[in-house]
Every structure is written in structure tokens, then in C-alpha cells.
Design a protein around this ligand. Structure first.
Ligand SMILES: *Cc1c(COP(=O)(O)O)cnc(C)c1O
Length: 456
């Protein structure tokens, strides 16, 4: 007899499988209450005991008291922040990853996982127009992808410019870059070279003007462009900025965590063409590529440079790097700031392989269409206004005269009524309404209902 924690338990397994089946069968997934749900503190307190408790009892408690206190980010009525809308097959395969404890750390340990993950990364890389040989790893999110990329960018910049004191190298970002970009620069001790945007878009003209006005433009060693700003879905001038970076030997990082997926939408191919200039590129499958949390694709034009900067070195790891097999040294652990990692790219890979690329293209197009439909609905309502035209799958609108408090009240009421989860945002200092669409099954009648609720 082995240790009881490692013994197979038929009843426990059945209970968990039954729960999973019930969740997976929900179509559509209901919103649930999140922070507005009253958690029964007494029921939850004191659960951890010396002897443990039966699986069925704890599962029932979880289902009754905890699970409903989470807003379902995968509901088609979740239209706040950036949602997460995993496909059924991606969720199913996440169970495969979970129940087999699949790791994806190194080629030696997990060549099968790495092969599948690399297939998915290669698909994204080719669609971005990057050359053969580009690659990287799946990391936990866009924030981690940006941090790893900018660490490499910093070190490459320092190596190319030994004449600049290391602490003086700077990285150009726009005022509309994601919060994680500024945070990454803070972590790696690099000062941002912040460039003002033109209608919230980072353009080559703005970069040139900012460099011309700066006493030390030579200290700027990298450019960060955003392919789909989180707040408004605006795609920076990838072609202009990327070409400039090429010509001036600057590292070009493209943060496409949210919007990069729209490169797969046939209607939007053109504005993503400049992705081919990227030295590093991040796109989150857990956002608009319909994979479960947590999964971001991090791709380098030249993975060898990233490995040189980021791979962890230790006597106990040397065996991962010594073999003549060309694939042998391909360890996902070497391309970001992590070592042990779950096979987090596999749910996305499995879903992409099973549904096919066409299904992704049409699902992404639908998100864009929903934003456009919202725009028409807003324009048809005399008491509402669009703040700017819909961009990618984001629509910004206002109810003139409403205060921040009024928008917050409206947002929470919609959640209480289980209509939808829609949160306000700020635009040039003003509080406004915002939809972020991802789920292709979001109902047009839900959009109408939300817009109709913007009443005094
Ligand atoms: C969401 C987002 C991020 C951060 O990604 P996480 O996966 O949440 O860490 C970075 N950049 C942009 C543009 C984003 O939309």
C-alpha cells in the first residue's frame, strides 16, 4: 500500500468528473456574481484540519459557496476589461494537462510537449510574418512576455552600445502602452523614453519628433509598439516604427497581448503587416485566441539571443544543454524568466489543431463585427455617443452628463441583474462606457439591453 494521497480513488474521481462535465455542458456560461455574492464566512472557515475531509463534502461546499462568487470571465456576457473565452476543446485538453501533471520545461524531459507547443508558436510566428527560426515559449501572460522581451532588449542594447553607460540606455514607449510595459522597465531599471501619441496611436512621426527634441537620442536602444491598445484597440504604426528600428539597429518589441490575434482576421491583415519587423512579439492565447488562463505566446526573431540572456545556468542543469541533437537544446525554460513550467501551450495547440484555423479566423472576425454593430446601435440612440470609432473588438461610448459614480452604479446594477459585466474606463480624463468583445456568441440583444440601460 502506498501513501493515501497518491492512491486512486474511484468515487472522488467520479465526483470531480461529474462536476467538470456539468461545467463544460453550460452553453452559454452564466455570468455569476463575483464580489457581489455574499460568501458565508462561517461555512468556509476552519476547513483545513489535521485529518482532512471527504472529497464530496468539500466539492459540494466549493460549488455552493465559492464558485458562484466568481464572475465567469468566459461568459459571453462578460464584456469588461479583456475577457477570457476558452473553447470547449481547449478546456478539455487543459484537463489532460492537469491530470497528467504535464511539464514543459526542457527538451530532455518533455520533447513531446515542446514539439506540440512549438508547432503552435510557429503557426503564430509565420502569421506574424517572422522568418523561419523564430521561436520562444508560452509564458503566464503578456506581462511576463513583456518583461522577458525587454530584458533581452536592454542587454542587446547595452552590448551594441558599449560607449553608453549601461544605466543610461532607454527604451521608447508610448503613453498608451500597457501598464505592464512601464512596470517591466521599472523592474529592469531602464528609464522609459515616453513618446506622446497622435489620437492615442504611436507613430513614426511622433518618435522622430521626440528623438529630435531630446539631448541624448543615442541612448534609446529599443522601441515598444502596441498592436491593439487595451483601452481602445488601437494598433500603432508597426510598419513605420518597425522599419525605423531596422534601419537604426534598435530592438523592436511588439506587445500584441490583446490585439495581436486580429492578425488572423482576414479584414485586418494589412494593419498587422509591420509585425514582420519585430525582434520580439507577444500575443496572449488566453485573450483573443480562446485558450484558458494562463497562456501568452512569446516569440523572438532570434531565439538564440534570448537564450543567451535569459537561460538559467547551474551544474544541475548542464545536462539540458549537452547533446549533438539539434533539437536537444530547445528548452522553453530558457526563453523567459522562469524554469519549471506546466505545458500551458497545449490547450491552445489542441484547440487550434482540432477546430482548424478557419474557425479561429471567423471567431475573431465576429468580435470585430460586434464592436461595429455596437457603433451602429449607439449612433441610432440620440442620448448616447461614440467616443471614437470602434477599433478591433473594442467600443467606447458615453452617456453625456454622467459622472464616474453614475457609471459605476450602472455597471454594478447590470452585474446584479445578471445582464452583463460591463465596466467603465477613463478616456482623456473622462469616465466613459466600454465594451471589449471576444466571445463570438455574445448576443446582439445583450448589447442593446446594456445600451438601453444607460438611463437616468
Ligand atoms: C492584457 C495586456 C497585457 C498584459 O497581459 P497579461 O496576460 O494580463 O499579463 C499586456 N499588454 C497588453 C496590450 C494587454 O492588453
Amino acid at each position: 500500500m502506498g501513501h493515501p494521497m497518491f492512491a486512486y480513488d474511484e468515487k472522488a474521481t467520479e465526483a470531480i468528473f461529474a462536476y467538470c462535465r456539468e461545467r463544460l455542458a453550460l452553453d452559454p456560461v452564466p455570468l455569476d456574481y463575483g464580489g457581489l455574492f455574499d460568501i458565508p464566512a462561517d461555512e468556509v472557515a476552519g476547513l483545513i484540519t489535521q485529518e482532512g475531509r471527504p472529497v464530496e463534502e468539500v466539492l459540494a461546499l466549493f460549488e455552493r459557496d465559492l464558485a458562484p462568487a466568481v464572475v465567469s470571465i468566459d461568459a459571453p456576457t462578460f464584456l469588461a476589461f479583456i475577457p477570457n473565452s476558452p473553447t470547449k476543446n481547449s478546456l478539455l485538453f487543459d484537463m489532460v494537462v492537469a491530470c497528467s501533471g504535464l511539464n514543459g520545461t526542457s527538451w530532455l524531459e518533455a520533447a513531446g510537449v515542446v514539439t506540440a507547443e512549438n508547432q503552435a508558436l510557429d503557426f503564430l510566428s509565420r502569421r506574424a510574418g517572422l522568418p523561419a527560426g523564430a521561436g520562444g515559449a508560452f509564458v503566464s501572460g503578456g506581462s511576463m512576455g513583456n518583461l522577458a522581451s525587454l530584458t533581452v532588449a536592454r542587454d542587446v542594447g547595452r552590448a551594441r552600445h558599449p560607449e553608453i553607460e549601461p544605466h543610461r540606455v532607454r527604451i521608447a514607449i508610448s503613453a498608451d502602452a500597457h501598464a505592464s510595459v512601464g512596470k517591466a522597465l521599472h523592474v529592469i531599471g531602464v528609464e522609459p523614453f515616453e513618446v506622446a501619441t497622435t489620437d492615442h496611436r504611436f507613430t513614426l512621426e511622433a518618435l522622430r519628433a521626440a528623438l529630435a527634441a531630446d539631448p541624448h537620442p543615442e541612448t534609446v536602444v529599443a522601441i515598444v509598439a502596441t498592436a491593439g491598445t487595451t483601452n481602445a484597440g488601437i494598433v500603432d504604426d508597426l510598419e513605420g516604427l518597425g522599419t525605423y528600428a531596422r534601419e537604426h539597429d534598435l530592438w523592436f518589441h511588439v506587445d500584441g497581448a490583446y490585439g495581436g490575434a486580429a492578425m488572423l482576421a482576414p479584414s485586418h491583415r494589412e494593419i498587422f503587416a509591420g509585425l514582420r519587423h519585430a525582434d520580439s512579439f507577444v500575443v496572449d492565447p488566453h485573450k483573443w485566441l480562446f485558450a484558458p488562463l494562463d497562456c501568452a505566446a512569446l516569440i523572438y526573431r532570434n531565439p538564440t539571443i534570448a537564450r543567451t540572456v535569459l537561460a538559467q545556468q547551474a551544474g544541475y542543469l548542464d545536462i539540458l544543454h549537452v547533446s549533438d541533437d539539434a533539437d536537444y537544446d530547445w528548452n522553453p525554460s530558457d526563453f523567459a524568466i522562469h524554469l519549471s513550467r506546466r505545458a500551458r501551450g497545449l490547450p491552445f495547440w489542441f484547440s487550434l489543431v482540432t477546430y482548424g484555423v478557419g474557425a479561429y479566423e471567423s471567431a475573431i472576425e465576429r468580435g470585430i463585427e460586434l464592436a461595429r454593430i455596437t457603433e451602429e446601435m449607439v449612433r441610432a440612440r440620440p442620448d448616447l455617443e461614440m467616443v471614437r470609432p470602434a477599433s478591433l473588438s473594442i467600443a467606447l461610448f458615453r452617456r453625456p452628463g454622467w459622472s464616474e459614480a453614475r457609471y459605476n452604479e450602472w455597471s454594478l446594477q447590470l452585474l446584479r441583474d445578471q445582464v452583463a459585466f460591463v465596466t467603465p474606463t477613463k478616456w482623456e480624463g473622462e469616465t466613459i462606457g466600454r465594451f471589449a468583445f471576444l466571445h463570438p456568441d455574445t448576443d446582439e440583444s445583450t448589447i442593446a439591453q446594456v445600451l438601453d440601460s444607460l438611463r437616468d
